[in-house]
Design a protein around this ligand. Sequence first.
Ligand SMILES: C[S@@+](CC[C@H](N)C(=O)[O-])C[C@H]1O[C@@H](n2cnc3c(N)ncnc32)[C@H](O)[C@@H]1O
Length: 273
Amino acid sequence: MRIKELLAQSSEQLRDVTDVPQKEAMILLGEVSGREMSWLLTHSDDEISSDERFEQLLKRRANHEPLEYILERASFYDREFYVDSRVLIPRPETEILVDKAVELAKTLPEQAHIVEIGSGSGIISVMLSLLLPKARFTAVDISVDALMVSQENAQKHGVNDRITFIESSYLDGVQGEIDMIVSNPPYIANKEPLGIGLSYEPSLALYGGNRGDEMLCHIIDLFLARNVKVLACEMGYDQRQPMNLYAQSKGLAIEFYKDLAGLDRGFWIKEKE
Ligand SMILES: C[S@@+](CC[C@H](N)C(=O)[O-])C[C@H]1O[C@@H](n2cnc3c(N)ncnc32)[C@H](O)[C@@H]1O
């Protein structure tokens, strides 16, 4: 069979799964053949023999498994991170949280202690430690599996000696003063039905409680209890009003940021003056 015929046949299997079936079929074929997409395009009349591994990967994608888990990699902030089903797949909107945290860190001493709650694949702590070279980082996650992935990513990007990884629920295992908390916690309501793609991701990384914002509220409580100077969190697009009310009930001034689609996506709070 010729490459172009194989790609046409394979993309047909992915038609209901993705808006770009041809591109994804090519990515999977590139993965198993070790060829760049540009090579496959310029050699589309070449003969190719059937490949069992390609069929397997195609089948996984046809079953709606996210491409990132199949390829075991995801791009974040123009860098490549290792991912598998132990961690949430990095979302582009989380890059805005990283930018916001960098901006807020400018109001802190250079050697600030920054703690991430729920580090997952480690994308936030790894990027922040690259962008804030003098700051000290602690990354906590309740999932030992996720911590293994984040440590692998810290190693991959050469910052494993800059981040202390701790298995902990919230700040239970974190000693000493904290200058900033940054978090993209689970914030989906427990009963919310998930799309088929999301069902592959760890539920521990998705569900935030009956309302969905319980973890966010608890993180605000910890910000106060531990006298932290700055807090920056990602949240759901519809959580601005409850977070605003909660912060106000604690006497805190909360500010919100939007994602690239113009939706409310996160907030930050500074210590009371
Ligand atoms: C939405 S994911 C975020 C992962 C990563 N920071 C990112 O932005 O892609 C939330 C993470 O919080 C972790 N988590 C859930 N409950 C936690 C808790 N009580 N304490 C610490 N981490 C928790 C989950 O295991 C998961 O890795």
